[in-house]
Design a protein around this ligand. Structure first.
Ligand code: SAH
Length: 465
């Protein structure tokens, strides 16, 4: 992000627009909605601009040639003449005077861009593309225009009033933030909630206010972060992340998911390296208990689903012993994402009635399994934490009679941008992991092949439709 979006107070500040034609008109269309003192410098102005000058007392028209002195004291300048060279000179003058400048349609001469705006004042959505694609910004604007009801501005005004009331009743900032999260997280989609009437919001506010427990104790939500892609994060997880005071997260939680968290929350990383977990788990238990005891709402964020190879039981036990409220918000487990990415059904009528979710590692090292049943022809398994143990797994299965050509599909970084799929066989498993540079996280799908539909089959299916 090279260009920083900000909202600037323009009230009674000087903004200079040089030009009086189409380009100036386009800029002024937004500027006349502000409370700035607008100075237009141009020998001629369009009819539209003429009308604005008549209608708005905060516009002054200097019917004169441009000179750099006119920029003095301005907080912003717009070089919007119809002459690119002149605009470049104006931009240079503004730069020299330390005034942010926008040169119409001249990317290289701009120190700021004007965003596409959806105006529901006081709620304003500004969309920018750092000058790369104004057309795309406008398309996004059109989309948001349709989605954002006009009443949202009214809603914001009502909230401003209620906030004032609240600051007396609830002096603690975090408590106030939590209350607002509650008001807006009423279980409906945001689209719906934005259609609240001022009366609705007052009712939701009063209800939330009356339901704040006196001496608040915190609670812990064990939340599944899914395999990484935001698409696979649940709405429940998003809600918890938006209202959390503390977010305790693992190594496998993706940055995209973390970015959904409340900005003011305290973030605690408790990533464990594979194989080095035994003592650290107690430390994690201590952290979540301590934070919740202080009255914080804690989100314990785990990759995939918290109840699958997530050591959730140990944390739940610790929370129960400490008498702390907790809840579990499931997530999409990585095996489900891996199967989806290769288009293979995990179970299939007539093919396999069961699938084993197994781990390559447990507390003692490489994990022993029911190898006899896993080695049986037609068995299916999704193997977590299997990379380091791959030679062991391969050896055990072959020893118990599995065929060396039995298929294994490796899905590394399932659902993420850097997802990698490697199809191999049991006999070549370790070699494939090494030669393809798979370093994890990865799921080994035993007995699964990527679904392939031939072009011929697709043509036939289409023809039949
Ligand atoms: N609770 C998690 C599993 C934690 S164990 C879940 O439900 O997915 C950690 C293992 O999960 C990793 O060793 C790897 O096998 C798997 N894993 C986690 N994220 C993954 C991803 N994006 N792609 C492939 N495997 C992943």
């Amino acid at each position: 992000m090279r260009f920083l979006p900000i909202f600037m107070d323009t009230k009674s500040r000087k903004i200079v627009i040089i030009g009086g034609g189409d380009a100036a008109e386009a800029k002024l269309r937004t500027l006349i909605k502000t409370e700035a003192d607008l100075l237009i410098v141009s020998n001629e102005v369009s009819n539209e601009i003429h009308n604005w000058i008549k209608e708005h007392s905060n516009i002054v028209w200097l019917k004169r040639d441009y000179n750099p002195d006119q920029l003095r004291g301005a907080v912003l300048a717009y070089a919007a003449t119809e002459d690119p060279e002149q605009n470049a000179r104006i931009a240079q003058d503004a730069e020299t005077q330390g005034i942010p400048v926008n040169a119409a349609d001249q990317k290289e001469d701009c120190s700021f861009y004007t965003p596409a705006i959806v105006d529901r004042s006081p709620v304003v959505v500004a969309i920018g593309s750092e000058g790369t694609s104004p057309g795309l910004s406008r398309a996004l604007k059109a989309d948001i225009e349709m989605k954002l009801p006009y009443s949202v501005g009214l809603l914001a005004d009502t909230i401003a009033r209620l906030r004032e009331k609240l600051s007396h009743k609830m002096p603690n900032f975090s408590d106030r933030q939590r209350l607002w999260a509650k008001v807006f997280a009423s279980g409906r989609a945001l689209d719906d909630r934005l259609k609240y009437s001022p009366e609705d919001i007052e009712t939701a506010f009063e209800t939330a206010l009356n339901n704040v427990p006196a001496n608040k104790t915190g609670k812990v939500s064990l939340v599944g972060a899914g395999p990484g892609s935001l698409d696979l994060l649940t709405i429940g997880a998003q809600r918890r992340l938006h209202s959390a005071d503390v977010i305790v997260y693992d190594r496998l939680v993706s940055q995209d998911v973390l970015d959904m968290g409340r900005k003011e929350a305290k973030y605690i990383y408790v990533g464990k390296k594979p194989g080095a977990h035994t003592t650290r788990q107690e430390e994690i238990n201590r952290i979540i208990v301590d934070e919740a005891s202080k009255g914080n709402d804690v989100v314990r964020l785990k990759g995939g689903d918290p109840l699958i190879f997530g050591r959730a039981d140990e944390e739940i036990e610790a929370l129960k012993v400490a008498g702390i409220d907790f809840e579990i918000v499931p997530g999409i487990t990585s095996a489900a994402a891996a199967a989806a990415s290769i288009g293979a059904s995990l179970t299939s009528r007539g093919r396999n009635k069961s699938v084993a979710l197994i781990t390559g590692h447990d507390a003692k090292g490489f994990a022993e399994q029911d190898w006899t049943s896993l080695a049986r022809d037609g068995s299916r398994a999704a193997i977590y934490m299997g990379l380091g143990a791959s030679r062991f797994i391969q050896g055990r299965l072959l020893l118990h009679g599995a065929k060396s050509e039995y298929p294994v599909t490796i899905v590394e970084n399932a659902s993420r941008d850097n997802q990698k799929i490697v199809e191999t066989t049991l006999g070549s498993l370790t070699q494939a992991i090494e030669s393809k540079g798979i370093i994890g996280p990865a799921i080994l799908l035993l007995g699964y092949e990527a679904m392939r539909v031939s072009n011929q089959a697709i043509r036939e299916l289409r023809a039949g439709l």
